[in-house]
Design a protein. Structure first.
Length: 239
């Protein structure tokens, strides 16, 4: 199965600095795409259609995607592991706070079937919109990952998980320190095929998606971009 995972900050002329809590970046930092260009990307690059909307959801922060995936996996609507197309100005794999260390050194030492307590991770402030995708990898939700980047995206791939080098990894593989030292903590983490598109124009969805979502990410996008969420809702049936 295939999942489309979008962030509104992809559809901006530049990458905004993280705004203070409760604040939004100004439109002077980055301008949203024109509506026609947003629709063209959704239809021509992602294969979405207003005539055949997909199940989907819009949420405020991007870690909402992990909650949605968990909900659908547990309900039997989504079979893990699944392919993820991550359309975002950021990798969301843990660069910056709270970072990747908690996932790699605390979550990975648990058996895979015991890694899914995302409510606890969130309450302990270990899970957020900057590292939720790393949690998804640790929970073995993701079979393959492609990242469609905004033109001005900054490098933010954690070198520790990049197979083939952080600049151009061919795959991702998680590993804990304990797993290297003590065999009982080695759960043989899978190698996850990875592809990044620095030029979004080179991306075309290879097959239809089963589920699509969009994060508003208000601390990364000016309020002038909020119309994009309403445009996206025309391509989904909200679940």
């Amino acid at each position: 199965m295939r999942v489309l995972d979008l962030d509104m900050d992809f559809f901006l002329s530049d990458v905004c600095e993280l705004a203070a809590s409760g604040e939004r970046p100004s439109a002077g930092e980055a301008r949203p795409w024109d509506e026609k260009d947003v629709r063209a990307f959704l239809e021509e690059n992602c294969g979405l259609s207003r005539k055949k909307p997909l199940p989907g959801r819009v949420f405020e922060t991007h870690d909402g995607a992990l909650w949605l995936w968990k909900e659908w996996v547990e309900a039997g609507k989504l079979q893990a592991p699944f392919h993820v197309t991550h359309v975002d100005a950021h990798s969301d794999l843990g660069v910056g706070r709270p970072g990747p260390a908690y996932v790699l050194e605390t979550v990975l030492v648990l058996p895979p079937e015991k890694r899914g307590d995302i409510a606890r991770y969130r309450s302990e402030q270990k899970l957020d919109e900057a590292n939720y995708l790393l949690f998804a990898l640790a929970m073995r939700y993701v079979s393959s990952l492609e990242n469609v980047r905004a033109p001005r995206s900054r490098p933010d791939m954690p070198a520790r998980i990049a197979v083939g080098g952080a600049e151009n990894p061919r795959a991702l593989r998680l590993c804990s320190t304990l797993s290297r030292l003590m065999p009982r903590y080695d759960f043989r983490e899978p190698e996850i095929p990875y592809k990044a598109y620095a030029d979004w124009r080179q991306f075309r969805a290879e097959a239809p998606y089963a589920l699509a979502s969009l994060a508003i990410s208000p601390r990364y996008a000016p309020k002038e971009a909020d119309f994009i969420a309403e445009v996206f809702r025309e391509y989904i049936v909200e679940v």
